[in-house]
Design a protein around this ligand. Structure first.
Ligand SMILES: [Zn+2]
Length: 120
């Protein structure tokens, strides 16, 4: 793939080792292998504002067709506020912030539990 082509996605996820296998399975099922940039940062959606420089570089270099933000169950970065609803709110806030910074890009939200990956 040359630099001028466009990759399928930029995936933004947490660093947590417990969900690496599920992320790999997800990327296989979504036909994303070798077609995505990966940004791993504690809390994923919670700290999206800290990732804007990195998102900008991915978009500039690889033109991802969409951004996928993946939060997960029992995230240490979320501390006590770790319910599904807390994550849903955080993901929805993240999508708003991304739309301000990068209005043209399509964004998908996901929540990973220990047994499944579900789209929000
Ligand atoms: Zn986490």
């Amino acid at each position: 793939m040359s630099q001028s082509e466009s990759i399928a996605a930029l995936i933004i996820c947490c660093i947590d080792y417990r969900f690496v296998t599920q992320l790999r399975t997800f990327t296989q099922e979504q036909n994303l292998i070798d077609k995505y940039d990966l940004l791993a940062f504690p809390g994923a959606s919670k700290n999206i504002h800290q990732l804007f420089d990195a998102i900008e570089i991915s978009i500039k270099l690889h033109k991802p067709k969409k951004i996928i933000i993946m939060d997960h169950e029992d995230c240490g970065a979320f501390g006590e506020n770790n319910t599904f609803l807390d994550h849903k709110k955080s993901l929805e806030r993240a999508i708003k912030l991304i739309k301000i910074g990068f209005p043209k890009i399509f964004v998908e939200l996901y929540y990973i539990t220990f047994s499944a990956v579900k789209r929000i």
